[in-house]
Design a protein around this ligand. Sequence first.
Ligand code: HPA
Length: 272
Amino acid sequence: MNILEKVNKAKEYIKSIDNSKIDLAIILGSGLGDIVKDIENPVIIKYADIPEFPVSTVAGHAGELIIGDLMGKRIMAFNGRFHYYEGYAMELVTFPVRVVKSLGVDKIIVTNAAGGMNPDFEPGDLMIITDHINMIGNNPLIGPNYEEFGPRFPDMSNAYNKELRLLANEAAKDLGIKIQNGVYVPVSGPNYETPAELRMLRILGGDAVGMSTVPEVIVANHMSMKVLGISCITDMALADNLEPLDHEKVVETANKAMKKFVTLVKEIINRI
Ligand code: HPA
């Protein structure tokens, strides 16, 4: 079965359970899943039940798709994502995004936990992603191109949609939520970075470092979707002052920032 057929199979399954018109999709990063609690009339679909769908293996990632109403919009929320470091092929890491677009949804919010490389940041800050530098060492579009999805050489000049970024910044301002803007650099992981690696990534122009999101963003752009990216800065990834880090700390800080994150994302959804 080729990717077009796999996407179609997953799409048909989801439509057989909920055939409503969906306004936007959101992918929830580590420790940022609480927003699903506010979704009204939720239809919960386990990843494991969706044909061709991978199943997430990381603690803090639930592995459920929730379709329902939030702030007057019909949304589909992916609680749990797939990372390259889990060993999935890029095609699987980005499979949910292909399915989203096949359902006719053209806006997606992608979120993650990230280390702050910009010294002006603080743990718990939220950062609107302005741009990225792909340092994963792979690309989900390598291989045969399916023109049904998009062009061989996709444009990335507005990868993080400018209007959505403006809207998100305004929403944060009106809510009195401190917001940062910056460049997200994904690496493959799964180890956290060495000080020398962080020094390099900062020199290259990164403000935050993580292990996700960019494959999905590349695929979303391939399919001409509008993307908004939000990072929760969970730790300071400073080359010259690097403290030991583990996943529990990342999830703990993300959880502490969750209320603010949920408030902001709900207001963004309200305004979209
Ligand atoms: N580095 C990479 N990924 C991360 C980090 C980090 O410091 N924090 C959360 N995800």
